[in-house]
Every structure is written in C-alpha cells, then in structure tokens.
Design a protein around this ligand. Structure first.
Ligand SMILES: Cc1ncc(COP(=O)(O)O)c(C=O)c1O
Length: 341
C-alpha cells in the first residue's frame, strides 16, 4: 500500500508552487507553532542507552491523570503505537472515524484486518448497536480534522460493551491537551482500553517523535515486546520528562492556544469561512471550493490542509503577529467568493 500524505510537506510545496521554502507560512499541521522551549541537553543523553527506570512513566501518568498502576509504554510518537497495535490481534473487524487521522485505518488494513469507516451521524447517534459489529473501535478525541468530541462516559460505555467480547477501544488523544474534561487518562489501566498520547501537538515537539500508550498490563507487555527496547531515544526521553514536568508552561500554553483558536475562527468567519469547528490547535471548515481556495492561498505562500470528502480546509495556528497579518491579507486577497453557506 502507498504511504498516506500528511501536512507539513513544505519542501514538496516549494517545488510544486515554485516558492522558496523559507517564504512559506505552514498552517498545514495542527502543531503548536510556539512549542515547549527545548534547552541544551546533557551530553550523556546522546551517549548512553536510554534507561527504562528514569521516571518518565510516572510523569506520563501524572500528566494524563492515570492511576499509579496504569501500564504506560513510551513510544516514538503515537504513530509508533498506531502501527504496532494492529499486529497484536488476529484478523478482526475495526471501526475508524471518517474523516479522521487516516493512519489508523491504513495500519489496520495493512495488517489484514477488515476496516469500516464510521461517520459522525453514526457515532453520535442514540443507537449504539453498530458496536456489536466491531472487535476494535478507534476514536480520536477531539477528532482530527473535524474537532468532534465524545464525552468520557459514552466512551467508557463503549469500552465495556467491546471488552465483554474481548474487544478494544483505542482512544487517540493526540489533541486532548488543554481539554482535561475530555481525557480518559483517569480510567486507564483496564484491559481493552488503550489511550494514545502525543507530545507532538500541544507541546510542539513533533520532530522528536515522543508519545505514550496507557493501557492494561497484559496489552502493555505485548506492545512493549512488539516494539522492543530503546525505540524512544535518550534525547527524546529527556525532553519528554522536562516538558511534562513543566506544568506552568502547560497552563499558560492552554490559555494562549484557546485564545488563538478563537481568534482564528473569527478571522476565518470575517472572510466568509463561517461555522468552523476544530480544536485548540486548528480550525476545520467545510467549503465546496476547498481545493481552489487551498491553491489560491498556496500561490501566496500559505500552506493549509485540504480534504476532499467532504470538501474542507484545516488551518493551523499562526505563530506570530506577522503571521496573523499575512494570513489576514492572503484571505482578503483571494478573489473568489469565500462564502461557504
Ligand atoms: C490524530 C492524530 N493522532 C496521532 C498522530 C501521530 O502523531 P505523533 O506520532 O507525532 O504522536 C497524528 C499526527 O498528525 C494525529 O493527527
């Protein structure tokens, strides 16, 4: 199967639109543009093998609000877990949200499972009998790119229903930071409930490849055996520990991102892109001419993420006043009608 496309491909955009790389404003990802400020690292983190008892797991549990006995497996980005989990079950039926982060469905299909796409009308409806057709359900909370959310009570009910038959509920919480009321971190440690967390989005540390899985002990052991030792590098473990311990930065950042996300929604609405949903780190707006609009923005050196089904755009947050101004000017300069209603 061919690899999926993702945001953040500025080199490819530079080539395609003939604009030098350093002139792009990349809004094509949901990564915090003002991420956790990484300090100089001590030389030994580069030189020594990472040690599993460095206290990282305890910090992860505190970060997500997990019980002390919840099993925690640090991973090289939640993507590592997304690719490993399908290898831990015999062929089965898996539900994934659509639209949603497509790597989930892709990984399960590549591993030979039957994958069904679930739309919002189905997952948010009163009737939950569709769960009985699945062995594994993946939900992304909040969903990327739509920002849709499911409340923890409902997710736990789904977990119970699946777990009675040996099924799993996987909740991808890559975008949950800043929404503590949505996280299932407090419930982790039970078998069949798998929570994925990432330091790539809110912390803006996508390049270091850092994340964690919280689940029950048996599944955690299988996952650890599958990925093997040292997949999270010494520098990555060090940076994770420091960033997770920095609660003051996390609190300030949640406030800032919340204000910026609302500001982005207002800016888009002011240019006819009404009704955007999203999360702290991006806005998602359906628009029948999303491809044309993405192209018009790209011609001005602004890269956004465009989706076809349904036609929509996702805008990440500008990181400075100059970038906000540039986006405002580019939206105003788009000569086509931006009205999406
Ligand atoms: C919803 C979601 N989950 C997981 C990932 C993987 O991120 P990472 O491997 O950096 O944790 C992404 C990346 O875009 C994502 O959008």
């Amino acid at each position: 199967m061919t690899p999926l496309e993702h945001g953040g491909r500025v080199n490819a955009a530079a080539k395609h639109w003939g604009i030098p790389r350093d002139q792009w404003l990349d809004l094509s990802t949901g990564i915090n543009p003002n991420g956790w400020p990484v300090p100089d690292l001590p030389p030994e983190v580069w030189q020594r093998l990472p040690e599993p008892d460095d206290g990282l797991e305890t910090l992860v549990r505190q970060w997500v609000g997990a019980q002390a006995d919840a099993a925690c497996v640090p991973v090289a980005g939640s993507q590592e877990a997304i690719m490993a989990l399908p290898r831990l079950r015999p062929s089965c039926r898996v539900g994934v949200p659509r639209p949603g982060y497509r790597e989930h469905g892709h990984s399960w299909s590549c591993a030979g499972h039957q994958v069904a796409s679930l739309d919002w009308a189905q997952v948010s409806g009163e009737d939950e009998s569709w769960l009985d057709d699945l062995d594994v359900l993946v939900w992304i909370n909040p969903n990327n790119p739509t920002g849709e959310t499911i409340e923890p009570d409902r997710l736990l009910r789904w977990h119970q229903r699946l777990q009675r038959r040996g099924g799993w509920l996987i909740v991808d919480e890559a975008f949950v930071d800043g929404y503590p009321e949505l996280s299932l971190g407090f419930a982790t440690g039970r078998e069949g409930l798998v929570v994925l967390r990432s330091l790539g989005k809110f912390f803006g540390l996508a390049g270091v490849r850092a994340g964690a899985v919280l689940t029950g002990p048996a599944l955690a052991q299988c996952l650890q055996n599958t990925i093997g030792p040292w997949t999270v590098s010494g520098p990555a473990r060090h940076v994770m520990r420091q960033a997770l311990a920095d609660e003051r930065w996390q609190a300030t950042t949640a406030e800032r991102l919340s204000a910026d996300s609302r500001r982005l929604g207002r800016l888009l609405a002011a240019h006819g892109l009404n009704g955007s949903g999203g999360s702290l780190l991006f806005r998602y707006v359906q628009h029948p001419r999303s491809a044309e609009l993405a192209d018009a923005l790209a011609r001005q050196g602004i890269l956004v993420r465009q989706f076809d089904q349904p036609p929509a755009l996702r805008f990440g947050l500008p990181g400075s006043e100059a970038e906000w101004e540039r986006l405002a000017q580019a939206l105003a300069a788009c000569r086509m009608s931006l009205t999406n209603r």
